[in-house]
Design a binder for this molecule. Structure first.
Ligand SMILES: Cc1ncc(C[n+]2csc(CCOP(=O)(O)OP(=O)(O)O)c2C)c(N)n1
Length: 576
């Protein structure tokens, strides 16, 4: 058996159905074997970066299905592999399981600057969970199995296998044998605590029982361990309100009476004030990112912190923890829910205080949403997202790009379906939406998927419209076109005296673009066209491109300035 056959046998054994890949000299043997075997659905992006986000979309969306799959992407050596870098780094920041296989020059010419050679392992090592370069064909199958184990054990993450061409095409020794059923990776130092220690959980429960002003945090770990329903049950049992990180959104209905919505830089006033005034924070599967905490020495000064986290290196990293619980979120919540000492307190004063904070801004925000247009009568993003949310009853899958529209989607889409929000949070990579939406749709074909982009990010991976055309992928696409790199423009408005350096943005004629990719298209400029346009896209059987012409001066608030504390939160638009 050849290395190429072993790679594919291992991928098949791991339940892989889709391969997102782009060919080239050093990966051709694997592609050739794929063509012979026809075991996988092959999806070719029009740029390797697209493959990484398609693989991410598939991994993220299939997490909550009965048949979770790991996204696999492939590229050739040198430039092909280098085009995977951004998507791999992005998956690493957001803890998304993914396996990337790159072709490498033959072992005999490694480190000679051979044609299309790059040091893939060297480049990828700091930006992924693990890298491999099998130097013999006998190692190949074991390496693929180990890669899947590493990607999906403990905190999820991307793994890269760089496969020299001779290792692909050589055959294994006749005595070769490998049994995936008995294979156990030997990974000293790679440890994983799925279950929490009961005494520590009990200590945490006692603190919750004593607390007068507790807040729960819901991070990506809740989604990764499929623990949203349990979190909701726990919140209801204890009457403790829940604030969400950007990645925690969609773990439970965001309009639940105990939900505070999103926290952090663009979080709600009620979430951020609750954190400021809390006496106890119970955080599940999140990492206290700087966009969540703001200035650390002012952060939640009067609160004890219980931190449930699968990755021990996150405990005490940014915020001092009173009770660290190094375990899987779902298993911990299970133990918590069954702790006999758990009490339900009404917490009326605390919940009333939170409601008062909510009321402070809700009227102003709702008035803006209802007005629907801003300067020059141009559409507001928040209104478009809210209309989408109402029309789809919050049940669709939302895949934003990066920018104002992303934060608007986070704030104004009323998520009702578990794990229905896939966003580049840690890296904040523009251009991710279109390919990530393709991967999500392949994972959950029966659900409606919306790719929402700004005019900037949309143009970064616009070529993936061709992949949509080729595969007839039913992704509904929205461009919120404000003629600017909007989020940066917002910072320029607020902190750079309105000097718009490098942010005005010309777009191509999207109608022509749509035509070129055989997509139906509609441009929306008036408020009274918004609902009908969204409904037309929904009713159309297949992909649809909607362009909304938006007000460039709209800002997403509240906002905590970068490096600021919660006390610096800008709640209303400065009057100029
Ligand atoms: C690849 C990449 N380059 C640059 C940035 C910095 N950046 C963050 S948001 C943003 C503007 C996004 O503009 P647009 O896509 O038009 O969306 P909008 O903010 O207008 O909704 C930029 C340039 C980034 N996040 N990613």
């Amino acid at each position: 058996m050849k290395g190429t056959e072993l790679v594919l046998r291992a991928l098949h054994a791991k339940g892989v159905k889709y391969i997102f890949g782009y060919t080239g000299g050093a990966i051709m043997p694997i592609f050739d074997e794929m063509e012979k075997q026809k075991l996988f659905t092959f999806v070719m992006p029009r740029h390797e970066q697209g493959a990484t986000f398609m693989a991410q979309g598939l991994s993220r969306a299939s997490l909550s299905t009965d048949t979770p799959q790991i996204g696999v992407c492939m590229a050739t050596s040198g430039p092909g592999a280098m085009n995977l870098v951004t998507g791999i780094a992005d998956a690493h920041m957001d803890s998304v399981a993914m396996v990337s296989i790159t072709g490498q020059v033959a072992t005999g010419v490694i480190a000679t600057d051979a044609f299309q050679e790059s040091d893939v392992v060297g480049v990828m090592m700091p930006i992924c969970k693990q890298t491999y370069m099998p130097l013999t064909t006998e190692e190949v199958e074991k390496t693929v199995h180990e890669a899947f184990y590493v990607a999906t054990t403990g905190r999820f993450g991307p793994v890269v296998i760089d496969l020299p061409k001779d290792v692909q095409i050589q055959s294994v020794d006749e005595n070769y044998s490998f049994n995936p059923k008995t294979f156990r990776p030997k990974l000293p130092g790679f440890y994983y605590h799925p279950s929490p220690e009961r005494e520590v959980v009990h200590q945490a429960i006692e603190m919750m029982n004593r607390s007068e002003r507790p807040v729960m945090f819901c991070g990506h770990g809740v989604i990764s361990s499929n623990a949203g329903a349990m979190l909701q049950e726990f919140a209801e049992k204890t009457n403790i309100p829940v604030a969400f990180t950007l990645h925690g959104l969609s773990a439970m209905p965001v309009d639940h009476p105990l939900s505070l919505g999103m926290m952090g830089m663009h979080g709600t006033v009620e979430a951020n004030r609750a954190i400021m005034n809390a006496d106890l924070i119970i955080s599940f599967g999140m990492r206290f990112d700087d966009r969540v905490t703001g200035k650390l020495n002012e952060y939640a000064k009067n609160a004890d912190v219980i931190h449930v986290e699968i990755d021990p290196s996150e405990l005490d990293k940014n915020v001092a923890t009173t009770v660290p619980i190094n375990a899987d979120v779902a298993r911990t919540l299970h133990v918590m829910l069954h702790d006999p000492e758990l009490v339900s307190k009404p917490r009326r004063r605390w919940l009333k205080e939170i409601e008062t904070n909510r009321q402070e801004t809700v009227a102003e925000v709702e008035a803006e949403v209802a007005a629907g247009v801003g300067d020059g009568g141009k559409l507001l993003m928040k209104t478009i997202i809210r209309r989408l949310s109402d029309i789809t009853e919050g049940k669709d899958i939302i895949v934003p790009d990066v920018g104002q529209h992303q934060m608007m989607s986070a704030r104004y889409y009323n998520f009702q379906t578990n794990n229905s929000w896939f966003t580049s949070g840690g890296a904040g990579t523009m251009g991710c939406s279109l390919p990530m939406a393709i991967g999500a749709k392949l994972a959950r074909p029966d659900e409606r998927v919306w790719s929402i982009s700004g005019d900037g990010g949309f143009q970064m991976n616009i070529q993936e419209l061709c992949t949509i055309m080729e595969h007839d992928t039913d992704v509904k696409i929205m461009i919120l076109n404000n003629g600017y790199l909007g989020m940066v423009r917002q910072w320029q408005t607020l902190f750079f005296d309105g000097r718009y350096a490098g942010t005005p943005m010309i777009s191509p004629n999207y109608e022509f673009i749509a035509k070129a990719y055989n997509l139906p298209y509609q441009k929306v400029t008036e408020l009274d066209q918004v609902d009908a346009a969204i409904r037309t896209a929904i009713d159309h059987n297949g992909a649809y491109l909607l362009e909304f012409v938006c007000d460039p001066s709209e800002v997403i608030l509240p906002m905590i300035p970068s490096g600021g504390g919660f006390g610096d939160m800008i709640v209303s638009r400065p009057k100029s």
